[in-house]
Design a protein around this ligand. Structure first.
Ligand SMILES: NC(=O)c1ccc[n+]([C@@H]2O[C@H](COP(=O)([O-])OP(=O)(O)OC[C@H]3O[C@@H](n4cnc5c(N)ncnc54)[C@H](O)[C@@H]3O)[C@@H](O)[C@H]2O)c1
Length: 353
């Protein structure tokens, strides 16, 4: 029997998502979802949403096959297994087979944190390329209803300021040899695989390009800027800024990202890529640090790290902000969580831990 670990803030989030997806219940009823990277930050919320749908909404439960090789390791929110939540340790760079019929594949496996992908560059390339091909091949054989590939906003590299906010039509400014190339280029090639499987085999693949998703459940030691700042603020340690902190980012609360991802999955937008993010505000790293220290009732300093970590010193995009007009035109979606609200919920979760 699977149980949910008590985390008030995550349970509230999942209830909001479950309520929203009641009107989409025909897409879940009795279906089988295969999720790769299910032990990760986004994967975990997906598992929790499916569990909520089974427990509260669906007459005929959905089944989830949940793959992860735990290269990044994760403290799962769902403990135990049941007939409907099937966790399996599997490295997607090897083909996966099952006798079960499968309706949807959500390919989230990846190595997303700059610090981890510089540590595991070959594994990062393999999961985005070989792993994506294996999952597309699986989808082709199973004749699935829809396939989702988690690409990244990093496919845009360091965008020309004339293309910020960045639309899906922008082709990117990416280094093939920089410290980030293993990640960026693997996601770009992964997208090419998806459109090719759609054009050649009619595998109904969609691609998402998430822009800095954050929220409860993100790994505190992930080294992505926002969890890193919150981990420091909780410990009352100075927030580390690599470089001058003038680079900008736009942050998307996890519930907004999960809502957008499932709505794209259930759409007919095959062979299409979508930005998934919240364009407002586009905020500098320094201003983000200032905002976070203001959200706690004790003083915390901000420190500039010189020289910055190599991955931040080279090729770190100067600006990152999505144009989400294509997303909002295609599916019924509007971000619900502004940055302050999302940060408060994330800080609450870090405290709950
Ligand atoms: N969170 C974001 O802001 C963001 C932004 C852009 C893109 N993405 C992409 O979205 C996906 C999910 O992101 P996340 O934040 O949940 O990342 P995450 O690191 O929390 O989760 C990814 C999971 O994939 C697993 N994994 C890695 N290689 C694997 C392999 N070869 N086989 C099986 N499992 C493997 C890891 O163990 C991890 O549990 C990733 O592909 C990431 O690149 C995320």
């Amino acid at each position: 029997m699977s149980k949910l670990k008590a985390s008030k803030v995550i349970r509230e989030d999942i209830k909001v998502l479950g309520t929203e997806f009641k009107k989409y219940k025909k897409f879940f009823e009795g279906k089988t979802f295969l999720i790769t990277g299910a032990g990760g930050f986004l994967g975990n919320y997906m598992v929790l949403l499916l569990k909520y749908m089974n427990d509260h909404v669906l007459r005929k439960k959905a089944t989830a096959i949940l793959l992860d090789n735990y290269v990044i390791g994760y403290d799962r929110q769902v403990v135990g297994e049941d007939d409907y939540l099937i966790f399996q340790k599997h490295n997607v760079i090897y083909p996966f087979e099952t006798d079960r019929p499968v309706d949807y594949v959500i390919h989230m496996a990846g190595i997303a944190s700059p610090v981890y992908y510089t540590k595991f560059p070959l594994e990062t390339m393999d999961v985005g390329t070989v792993g994506t091909r294996n999952m597309l091949e699986f989808a082709r054989k199973k004749k699935i209803k829809s396939f989702m590939f988690a690409s990244s906003s990093e496919v845009y590299g360091d965008p020309d300021p004339a293309h910020v906010p960045t639309a899906e039509t922008y082709r990117g400014n990416v280094s093939t040899t920089g410290h980030r190339a293993c990640y960026d280029e693997s996601k770009r090639f992964g997208e090419t695989l998806c459109v090719t499987y759609w054009r050649v085999f009619q595998v109904p693949a969609k691609m998402i390009r998430p822009f800095n998703v954050y929220g409860p459940g993100i790994r505190p030691d992930d080294f992505r800027v926002l969890p890193n700042f919150i981990e420091h603020v909780i410990r009352k340690e100075p927030l580390p800024i690599h470089g001058d902190g003038r680079n900008t980012r736009s942050f998307c609360y996890i519930n907004d990202a999960i809502e957008a991802i499932f709505k794209i999955l259930f759409s007919d937008a095959n062979g299409e890529a979508f930005n998934v993010g919240n364009p407002s505000p586009e905020i500098s790293v320094k201003d983000l640090a200032k905002m976070i220290v203001k959200l706690v009732p004790y003083p915390v300093k901000i420190n500039c790290i010189e020289p910055p970590h190599a991955v931040y010193a080279n090729d770190d995009p100067k600006r990152r902000c999505p144009d989400i007009r294509k997303l909002t035109k295609t599916v019924d979606f509007k971000p619900r969580y502004d940055l302050k609200k999302g940060l408060k919920r994330t800080i609450d979760w870090f405290h709950e831990r």
